[in-house]
Design a protein around this ligand. Structure first.
Ligand code: UGA
Length: 443
């Protein structure tokens, strides 16, 4: 199958590489010349485990190529995937300008039947806008070419995207066309062969499915964070409560880990966008708004604990921060809880010595000129001369650190853990005071 992917960001690149890997002939198009040059040179602009070898292998095999030439890109694929960004507008709703620009470009250059497949996360009703945009360009050209629009949202997790694509839980396809349905079935056949993972529906339902999935997951997290906050006030241990409720299969163990708030490019943006969509049709999304508001305050829970410990006297204190990315196995710091913490610490006059296994250059890019920030090459270096340690991300290498040396290095033997990685008695054996999330009254 000949396939074109517009957008070589996270979703576009993973989709293009994985479709090429099963034998499709894929062209990835992006307007960013520097990015395309890098990709042609074999450099991958994002950190995603397992992506680089797949991109290289398929590029060498001639099944995956990169271009900035819109006309050639439109000419190539019978399927035209739109995988460009939908950043939040000032009011939190999704900005569709890039999606619609691609739709117009397809209408401007197509010369035969195409399926326009929307993979970007877009508000319900965008399928109609994409269809109108393509048709308006065809009308302008005086052409009556046939085309279909499909909504095919992605459910990739950063850090596990290749596995999620290759072994999907579900492949949601929203379409009103039998022809498009069969083409999508053929495209995804290699991923659907052993188990039928394809779920066909109308376009609007597919668009809403994407938001509903992320909003549900975000709701689980905010719910657990609320239970964690209650646990602290009631003298309960949220980790025991988590195991206690997770054992009910109707609740399940997944995505009920309390912490210092959810981040990333998806949950915060999608919960807000769905709430905006609701407001746009005169419905107040009370639950979604609460999910967001719990999360916004959860991002400050670590700061509050640090500030409380030091009795509000943070001026001149040096805080070691381990883990800057919004979750492990990515260098992505969008909406990361570490950012809320560091920014609050700086505001209070504290200094930060930060370490992350992958996100150091991203931190440099975002906070390069920031006073009071020292970027450290190792987690041990971050501890030198620090008064306390705060952990924001549960990277594997933080799971079993040398507690004795942490206790010996910090000027105050105190650890604030935003991901509940340890047990208090484990640390107290080494003379460390331990604060985690939702673990009893002294928290
Ligand atoms: C999320 C969804 O999990 C994917 O299914 C979806 O495709 C993707 O958004 C998207 O819309 O593109 P992602 O943002 O990569 O994926 O990250 P997650 O693994 O879902 O984690 C999101 C945040 O929730 C992280 O900050 C993580 O630390 C936090 N989290 C997750 C918790 O605080 N507790 C949990 O139990 C689980």
């Amino acid at each position: 199958m000949k396939i074109t992917i517009f957008g070589t960001g996270y979703v576009g690149l993973v989709t293009g590489a994985c479709l090429a890997d099963v034998g499709h002939d894929v062209v990835c198009m992006d307007v960013d010349q520097a990015k395309i040059d890098k990709l042609i040179g074999g450099q991958i602009p994002i950190y995603e485990p397992g992506l680089e070898p797949i991109v290289k292998h398929n590029a060498e095999a001639g099944r995956l190529s990169f271009t900035t030439d819109t006309e050639a890109a439109v000419a190539h694929g019978e399927l035209q995937f739109i995988a460009v960004g939908t950043p939040p507008d000032e009011d939190g709703s999704a900005d569709l300008q890039y999606v619609l620009a691609v739709a117009r470009a397809i209408g401007q250059h197509m010369d035969g039947y195409k399926v326009v497949v929307d993979k970007s996360t877009v508000p319900v009703g965008t399928g109609d806008k994409v269809r109108d945009a393509v048709r308006a360009e065809l009308d302008r050209r005086g052409l009556e070419l046939d085309f279909d629009v499909v909504s095919n949202p992605e459910f990739l997790k950063e850090g596990a995207a290749i596995n999620d694509f290759m072994k999907p839980d579900r492949i949601v396809v929203g379409t009103d066309s039998d022809r498009a349905r069969e083409l999508l079935r053929e495209t995804y056949y290699p991923f659907n062969r052993n188990h039928d993972r394809m779920i066909f529906m109308d376009i609007r339902s597919a668009e809403l499915t994407k938001y509903a999935a992320n909003a549900m997951l975000a709701t689980k997290i905010s719910f657990m964070n609320e239970i964690a906050n209650l646990s602290e006030r009631l003298g309960a241990d949220v980790e025991a409560v988590r195991r206690g409720i997770g054992s009910d299969p109707r609740i399940g163990y997944h995505f009920i880990y309390p912490g210092c708030g959810y981040g990333g490019s998806c949950f915060p943006k999608d919960v807000q966008a769905l709430a905006r969509t609701a407001a746009g049709c005169d419905y107040e999304a009370r639950l979604l708004n609460a999910v967001e508001s719990v999360n916004l305050s959860q991002k400050y829970v670590l700061f509050d604990k640090v500030s409380h410990y030091f009795q509000g006297q943070l001026d001149g204190k040096v805080i070691a921060v381990w883990g800057l990315s919004f979750k492990p196995n990515t260098d992505d710091m969008r909406e990361a809880p570490s950012r809320a913490l560091m920014e609050a610490l700086w505001k209070a006059g504290a200094k930060v010595q930060a370490f992350d296994p992958e996100a150091m250059s991203e931190t440099q890019r975002i906070y390069g000129d920031q006073d009071g920030l020292t970027l450290c090459g190792t987690k041990e270096q971050a501890l030198k001369g620090a008064d306390a340690l705060v952990i924001c991300t549960e990277w594997k290498e933080f799971r079993s650190p040398d507690f004795a040396s942490i206790a010996a290095t910090l000027s105050e033997p105190v650890v604030f853990d935003g991901r509940n990685l340890y047990e208090a008695d484990m640390l107290s054996r080494h003379g460390l005071i331990y604060y985690a999330i939702g673990r009893g009254r002294n928290q």
